[in-house]
Design a protein around this ligand. Structure first.
Ligand code: GLU
Length: 487
């Protein structure tokens, strides 16, 4: 049997972390089992569809490195892969259920249904459809239809059916048909509801494993009833644990710490890092090593190692992991990402600076970056003449002995006629050291603080060499004012 899995998003907005995690686990499952991964857009809730969402999702999956054998963009033998293009299929199967007396028209208005619901709640019962329209006679139905009353089609749930299945993650799950109210399968506008559509699509697309979020667990018994009524073999199910925020609450799409996928892409995160991080949201590898490529993860992936309890989205871990990937990336590639990000942020290179310069400055910060967008803030001092000093930097500049060092380094810099290089800066420091008898922190720190506004940072000589000489002189002057102002 060829494993066939699918990811079936509704194009109702951005691609979010929870959805990508589900897509990823399906993709990994397919790859691990030499199976097929299918994309399908479940777009039958017309009011919620958002223009452009499909394109954004496809772009997101491509960026993440997923590949799909069949999908709305590339077709396939079981298409179409967009539900609104499959309406004939749903209509046809509704006819079949009607013929079996398993579907009936329901004329209840939303006010009536709401009243029923409130009554049930007040009486301490679980709200579910009362079955009022199920018991209408043929002539009552005809009369209502003739009056032109709008109606939905409901599925007539058979009584006394145990609904059991073995969930590949949660183990044995048990529901009873008696606990489920007759649910709507086709709405008055002729469109199917999710619980009806999804069964027909999964069955006809020969999906073997449905791997999806835990929020769908309670839908599964309804879907099993449809499989049963239409004589289809249900697939295997696996319900993934929820993604939680750091307070262990269900992650909201609006959580300020978690971005939609396109924002990670735009901010220059490495897709490999995001994929690696998402794979660990619920799944754990056999060994200790957590940094793994998509291929390595696919090789190891199994549902046995997916936990049942919620998986916390740890922003610190994402950034740590992204940093790890950033460090390992070739400098020219990181530079290209930085260049793109600067363009996005509308930052141009300082006058006379070229790609080579940008690469050197990028190299100075590569270790500290989690994404390309970090660069502009980290390297701000290379793009504008003025800097702000941190409190620590001010303290260093005002320490005893700092002024003499800054002053002498400045004089030597001004006099220096050699090429403007890191080696030349190093030679100037050597002279200051010799002449003033200071070394180590006392030598470098005051100049670093004066030139960068910080007490920590990348290689100082390289930093000097990447700054224009006029800026270096001006910053040293400013710092000298600070030392004399302090006296
Ligand atoms: N369209 C559904 C969703 O986005 C799919 C659920 C399923 O995988 O069955 O939640």
């Amino acid at each position: 049997m060829t494993v066939r899995v699918r990811y079936a998003p509704s194009p109702t907005g951005h691609l979010h972390i929870g959805g990508v995690r589900t897509a990823l686990f399906n993709y990994l499952y397919a790859r691990h089992n030499q199976g097929q991964f299918i994309l399908r857009f479940e777009d039958t809730d017309l009011d919620r569809n958002v223009a452009g969402a499909e394109e954004e999702m496809l772009k997101g999956f491509k960026w993440l490195g997923f590949e799909w054998e069949e999908g709305p963009d590339r077709g396939g033998p079981f298409g179409p892969y967009r539900c609104t293009q499959r309406l004939d299929i749903y209509r046809d199967r509704l006819e079949k259920l009607k013929g079996q007396d398993q579907a009936y028209p329901c004329f209840c208005t939303s006010e009536e249904l709401e009243e029923d619901r409130q009554r049930a709640l007040a009486e301490g019962r679980m709200p579910r459809y009362s079955g009022r329209c199920r018991h209408l006679s043929e002539s009552e139905r005809r009369e209502k239809m003739e009056r032109g009353l709008p109606y939905n089609w409901r599925f007539a749930i058979p009584a006394g059916i145990p609904l059991e299945f073995e969930d590949d993650i949660r183990g044995q799950v048990h529901f009873e048909s008696d606990d489920i109210g007759d649910f709507v399968i086709v709405k008055s506008n002729g469109l199917p509801t999710y619980n009806f559509q999804v069964v027909l699509d999964d069955a006809l697309m020969e999906i073997t494993h449905v791997i999806r979020g835990e929020e769908h667990l309670s839908n599964t018994p309804r879907q099993l009833l449809i499989y049963r009524a239409l004589g289809y073999q249900p697939p295997k199910f696996a319900h993934l644990p929820q993604v939680l925020n750091e307070d262990r609450k269900k992650l909201s799409k609006r959580d300020p710490n978690v971005l939609p996928v396109h924002s990670y892409r735009e901010r220059g995160y490495l897709s490999e890092a995001l994929v690696n991080f998402l794979a660990l949201l619920g799944w754990s590898p056999g060994g200790e090593e957590e940094i793994m490529s998509l291929d390595e993860i696919a090789q190891q992936f199994s549902l046995d190692r997916v936990g049942k309890s919620g998986a916390v989205f740890d922003v610190g871990k994402l950034n740590w992991m992204s940093g790890q990937y950033m460090k390992r990336k070739d400098l020219p590639d990181v530079t290209e990402m930085v260049a793109q990000d600067l363009e996005r942020q509308g930052v141009s290179l300082p006058l006379g600076r070229d790609r080579e310069w940008l690469e050197t400055v990028t190299g100075l910060y590569q270790e500290q970056m989690t994404c390309a967008a970090d660069f502009a803030a980290l390297a701000k001092g290379f793009f504008q003449p003025d800097i702000d000093w941190s409190d620590e930097a001010r303290e260093v500049i005002q320490q005893e002995g700092a002024e003499a060092v800054i002053r002498r380094y400045r004089e030597l810099t001004q006099e220096d006629t050699q090429a403007w290089t890191a080696a030349a800066s190093k030679a100037r420091f050597k002279r200051v050291q010799k002449e003033l008898g200071v070394k180590g922190r006392g030598l470098f720190m005051p100049v670093r603080a004066a030139l960068t506004g910080e007490v920590h940072g990348p290689d100082l000589q390289q930093t000097v060499a990447c700054l224009p000489k006029e800026w270096v002189l001006a910053r040293l002057d400013e710092a000298l004012h600070l030392t004399s102002a302090a006296q």
